[in-house]
Structures are given as structure tokens and as C-alpha cells.
Design a protein around this ligand. Structure first.
Ligand code: FE2
Ligand code: FE2
Length: 127
């Protein structure tokens, strides 16, 4: 999925981080379509875990500092997303790579991001 102007938050660093995730999702979808090894998927999950930790943390601090009214909702949605990623990591560790499940994770990631950013993250713009 491509980053669009409607995703702009007015904070360059946050937009940069969002763009990184969109690019990673696109790149990884290509990898999956070509046939993906267990090690590559492991690397992608590791990236995702690290990304959510740093990006969500950074964005939550920005919202807190700006006294953004949506800060609490932002945090709650982040926490739910972290749970979803953790569940995937657990599944992968116990059962190994499941390509269909990996595609589903990317679809969920893309739709979650698009919906979350336009409803929540962009409210930084008006804070
Ligand atoms: Fe957010
Ligand atoms: Fe975000």
C-alpha cells in the first residue's frame, strides 16, 4: 500500500516512520509472492515488533506533549495492534511459516494502518 497525502500528520518524523512501514509491507508482499523462507518471515516479524515498539512509543509521546484529546484512544488501539503482532509471533514460533497466514497479516496491517492513521494519527495535525 502506498502512503498518501491524507495520511500526513504534520509531524515529519511520524510521517517518515509511517512511510517506512508502508514500504516494508509492500516489499514483504513482493517477497511472499515470490516464495518466502522461514528465515525471511522471521526477519519481517522481528522488524514489525521493533517498529511498533519505537513508532508507537514516539507517537504516543508526541500526542501526550501536544495534549491531543485522542491520545488515550491512540494508545488503546496501539496496544490491541501489539497483541495482534504478538499472536502472530507466537503462532510462527510454535507452528512455523504459514504463507496464507502471512498474507493475511499483511492485509490486516495495511487496512489497520490506513484506518488508524486517518481516524487517529492525523488528529496530531489539529492539536
Ligand atoms: Fe497511532
Ligand atoms: Fe502511527
Amino acid at each position: 500500500m502506498k502512503w498518501k497525502e491524507e495520511f500526513a500528520t504534520g509531524i515529519a518524523e511520524i510521517d517518515r516512520q509511517h512511510k517506512t512501514l508502508f514500504e516494508a509491507s509492500e516489499d514483504f508482499r513482493e517477497v511472499l509472492e515470490r516464495g518466502c523462507s522461514s528465515g525471511t518471515y522471521d526477519g519481517f516479524l522481528e522488524f514489525l515488533v521493533m517498529y511498533v515498539e519505537t513508532h508507537f512509543g514516539y507517537e504516543e509521546e508526541c500526542m501526550h506533549a501536544a495534549q491531543c484529546p485522542i491520545a488515550c484512544t491512540n494508545k488503546k488501539e496501539h496496544a490491541l495492534f501489539i497483541k495482534l503482532v504478538d499472536k502472530e509471533v507466537q503462532f510462527f514460533q510454535q507452528r512455523g511459516l504459514d504463507i496464507q497466514r502471512a498474507f493475511r497479516l499483511l492485509d490486516t496491517l495495511d487496512s489497520w494502518l490506513a484506518s488508524h492513521i486517518v481516524r487517529i494519527d492525523v488528529q496530531l495535525r489539529v492539536a
